[in-house]
Write a protein of this length. Sequence first.
Length: 292
Amino acid sequence: LLTPAPTVATPAPTVATPAPTFQPNITTPAPTQATPAPTLLTPAPTVATPAPSAPATSVESFRTVGDLSSASALLVLVHGLGDRQDPHWVELCETYQAQISGLVCILPYASSRYSTILDDTLPSWFDITAPNTETTETQVVLSAANEILDFIRQQNFAQLPAFFGGFSQGGLVALTAALQNSDPARASGVVVEGVGSLAGWMGAQTTLVGQPASTVDAFRYCAFHGQADTLLPVATAQTAQSQVETIPGVTAEQLVSYPAVGHTVTDEMENDLLSCIQRALDSGFRPNMTQP
């Protein structure tokens, strides 16, 4: 028997499995965005704060107390820093009118301007930078004094006897107006018989503001000052007193000082001012006065 040849299974053709394609794990970076340069804030340009503008006129307005048409004597009262609307000045005029027949008061009210010492804008005759300092604004003081004289001139008083008084910085304006009235170019038509300074801000003036080169009309000068005044020490009033005494024709009465009184006006000072007004007017035109 033929033995069949062993069946040999033909192996299936070997198909080469392709090697896997190597795909490198490459992460595609996100699109690069340019980092902006840091923004530098440009500071706003520095704008200098403009200095407060000066008022067009030194005197904002005038108030009269009494009948100008029938006046036999004139009293000009100049207020101090910031107290323009204080009704006390009107009341004081009315009190004096009860003692001096025919007395008429003129109250000039200052325009508002910047005050260095108070860091505020308020009624003021001139700037005050610190306590007991000499004002450098002599032209401002002269302007205020001359505006007061201009107003008086417009009333046509015809040689009416007059007294000028003032508190604090108003004291310097009052004295300046009286001195300027002696200048024929500035004369107001009234005859200044006296000047009264209530805690007057004369500063450390080496020369009195407004004193004309020619002879000053004779008048009486009275000063009243608190001994406890720290804003304007009484020594300053004494300096001003000695300067006034050098003016030919001016009668400077002894400075009256008051213990424990600061930079203010007391009833006693007002009574003493009234007495000075009466002496000044009586020595001049002698208006009809009733004694207190």
